[in-house]
Design a protein around this ligand. Structure first.
Ligand code: SF4
Length: 737
């Protein structure tokens, strides 16, 4: 094969277009990785509407990750203390089908769980929903989007009546005021940030405010950085709303005709005067006032957020209070304006479309809605009542289900919970107790493989054909252009084959992933995410396309949502939230006086399953670290590069410290990437807790209380104990003699 293939970057939700060329092209030299191995060459795709040819280091080096440590064959073992042995697919399928049948017989369908991933293509997601929620009758499918985006999902649903980010990337270059909260866009969504930074630099009138306890690379570029105390986001948002109301910067007509619950919201925000808010947030009152003034004076306001907002025990309320500001000022449904969540993963959006969380069904439908369940049952030709009316287990509920022995089979696909779940010591202990775990992944080893009874080799990006949807609802076809290694298969093929072997032959009739997408698209008819006008062939012929895109749609009419100012609630109005700030689930106290916050670095991706295997990225970020403010470091008598022990109520780890005034006093930061495969005792989730948002059930991975002890003082203490020990020994000897 010598042609260039257009595809999509499989890392973050920006969804940059890529062009891949084979290692050797006629008349050109062979392209090689840093070790001299011939590899596919990957460049930005200038024709992709989302990224216009730009890529960051992750996209540029993606092909270096395709060859090393690939899992090539199914592997099985009877218990976790045995070594794996190679198996045929037939044997692996046999074990899985037997186990499913046993669990169905002994525990019922609720004993079966699958934990999937925003790395899935939409076809993988869709077939998993059909198998679990349709054929088996359990809603126990959840994805790692639960740890990433579920607060955005529930915030949109509660405010607008349906999920779906209303904005598009072009809004970045049309706004007058960009309000970034809980997002280090410069490192986590770098290409999007490049667009914003360039536009901001070229336009003096455009204001950029960044809200973050750390002075990140994103905050460095801002006109104003609000370094709020962790857990005070809702205070800040209500404080801005208070000032907008006081200044009369309300779009009265929009509020009256297009929204509900405004009076309750006003009652709440009246309790957030600027002096109180500024003190609570730990910022200058004048900065709070400046932010409200810029918001009120701007024609078009755009808010961007990601995990800093979502990963919170009040994540949904935070999302809704960002949306509140847009509703009270009518900043939605037009170019350059609106609330815009940035997805962490390449196809978290596609997962939402396909029903890839335990409370939703394909086509932005809800498990709890009887009409919507019946629609899916009919479309899937299932008996009425097959789909359970109860939301399934979330990712964390699967872990606790292992503890109570109510989970009899856990199928983990394309994700690494032994690093990414909260309270890792508890998570690992629960995984250890699992009676039957399947881990389906492209790589071996991973931290999670240690807890598996069956390993299934997965084809990944470049080796299977499917679609992905990025943060701005742009759907891109990602064709296969290389063969998978060994016997690796596309995830959807594995799920479909298990379905057929369980007796659901008609339900899994698909010959290829184009068939799968075609069936999924039909289910989206008339839904907010209508993609009935899309198919693999359409996307091949017309390139990346935003949804909604119903049958017969000739133009890109889905660029922005809510341009008609009509929302999805029955009364067609958007709904104000009226919540008070609750703060952190685990605030600091004298025993655990620091707030530990976690985040991502520019080069690494999640738990390093890919990027840990790319030398250039390893050199860029060689080791984990802990950021601490100089005054805190001085108080602890620790210097740059020395090792500190971090202790939370759940776990202990050690990090070299990075003393920097870029972080608030009383707060420390560690990156979330390093699991035990890449560094000893440096996983951020050793410390985090399982408290979650009551609406989105997304855990608060962004903050927990810790104590810090310089290792040199532990060593000194150990030496003192050793000395004491030997003195006591000497004393005993002399007493005895
Ligand atoms: Fe890939 Fe995101 Fe980087 Fe774009 S910004 S190249 S999607 S990792």
């Amino acid at each position: 094969m010598t042609e260039t293939t257009k595809t999509l970057c499989p890392y973050c939700g920006v969804g940059c277009g890529l062009e891949a060329s084979p290692p050797a092209q006629p008349g050109k030299s062979v392209y090689r990785d840093s070790g001299g191995v011939p590899i596919w060459k990957v460049m930005g795709d200038r024709s992709h509407p989302s990224s216009q040819g730009m890529v960051c280091v992750k996209g540029a080096t993606i092909s270096e990750s395709l060859y090393k440590d690939r899992l090539q064959y199914p592997m099985v073992r009877d218990s976790l203390d045995q070594p794996f042995k190679r198996a045929s697919w037939a044997e692996a399928y046999g074990r899985i089908v037997n186990r499913i049948q046993t669990v169905l017989h002994t525990q019922g369908a609720e004993g079966i769980c699958m934990y999937g991933s925003g790395q899935f293509q939409t076809e993988d997601y869709y077939i998993a929903q059909k198998l679990l929620k349709g054929c088996l009758g359990t809603n126990n499918f959840d994805a790692n989007s639960r740890l990433c985006m579920s607060s955005a999902v529930s915030g949109y649903i509660q405010s607008f009546g349906a999920d779906g980010p209303p904005c598009c990337y072009d809004d970045i270059e049309k706004t007058d005021f960009a309000f970034l909260i809980g997002t280090n866009t410069a490192e986590c969504h770098p290409i999007l940030f490049n667009r914003l930074r360039k536009y901001h630099k070229q336009n003096d009138r455009v204001k950029l405010v960044v809200v973050d306890p750390r002075r990140t690379a994103t905050a460095e570029a801002a006109d104003l950085h609000l370094a709020i105390t962790p857990g005070t986001d809702i205070d800040l948002l209500n404080g801005i709303a208070h000032l907008l109301l006081r200044a009369g910067k309300i779009d009265q007509q929009f509020v009256e005709s297009c929204t509900s619950n405004f009076a309750a919201f006003v009652e709440v925000i009246q309790q957030y005067p600027p002096d109180v808010v500024a003190a609570k947030c730990g910022i200058a009152q004048v900065d709070l006032e400046k932010t409200a003034k810029w918001w009120g004076a701007s024609n078009n306001v755009l808010s961007l957020w990601s995990m800093g907002v979502n990963q919170s025990s009040e994540g949904t309320a935070k999302v809704r209070h960002i949306i509140n500001l847009h509703l009270m000022t009518g900043q939605i449904g037009r170019p350059g304006a609106g609330p815009f969540s940035l997805t962490g993963q390449p196809n978290a959006m596609g997962g939402r479309e396909a029903g890839g969380l335990s409370h939703i069904l394909p086509g932005y439908r809800l498990v709890k809605n009887p009409t919507q369940r019946a629609e899916i049952e009919q479309l899937w030709n299932l008996p009425a009542g097959r789909i359970s009316p109860t939301p399934g287990r979330t990712a964390w509920d699967m872990i606790t289900g292992l503890e109570t022995e109510s989970v009899g089979l856990l199928w983990i696909v394309a994700t690494n919970p032994a690093v990414s779940m909260p309270d890792l010591n508890r998570t690992k202990a629960a995984l250890m107790r699992s009676p039957f775990t399947i881990h389906q992944d492209a790589y071996y080893p991973t931290e999670t493989a240690k807890y598996a009874h069956v390993l299934l080799p997965a084809a990944q990006w470049s080796e299977k054909t499917g679609v992905m949807t990025n943060s701005e609802r742009t759907v891109t076809l990602c064709p296969a252009f290389r063969s998978p290694p060994g016997e690796a298969k596309a995830d959807w093929e594995v799920f479909a084959e298990v379905g057929r072997r369980l007796g659901f032959k008609d339900e899994f009739w698909f010959q290829n992933s184009a068939d799968v997408y075609a069936e999924f698209a039909q289910l989206s008819a008339g839904r907010p995410c209508d993609v009935t006008g899309l198919s693999h062939q359409y996307l091949k012929d017309n390139g990346p396309t935003q949804w909604p895109h119903p049958t017969g749609c000739k133009t890109q009419y889905g660029k922005r949502l809510y341009t008609d100012l009509s929302f999805h609630h029955p009364d067609k109005r958007a709904k104000f939230a009226a919540c008070h700030s609750k703060g952190l689930a685990e605030p600091p106290n004298p025993d655990y006086p620091f707030v530990l916050t976690t985040g991502r670095l520019y080069g690494h991706w999640h738990t390093m399953t890919r990027t840990g295997r790319i030398p250039k990225i390893q050199q860029m970020h060689p080791e984990p670290f802990l950021e601490i403010h100089p005054r805190d470091a001085a108080r602890l008598q620790i210097e740059n590069g020395e090792t500190i022990e971090v202790r939370s109520r759940r776990g202990t780890g050690r990090f070299p410290v990075l003393v920097t005034s870029a972080i608030n006093r009383g707060t420390v930061f560690v990156p979330m990437h390093w699991g035990e495969l890449w560094a000893k005792d440096a996983a951020a989730n050793l410390f985090t807790h399982d408290a979650a948002c009551p609406d989105s059930l997304q855990p608060e991975l962004k903050a927990c209380a810790v104590q810090l002890v310089p290792v040199k003082s532990i060593v000194r203490l150990d030496e003192r104990f050793d000395r004491l020990d030997s003195e006591v020994r000497d004393l005993n000897i002399s007493l005895m003699s």
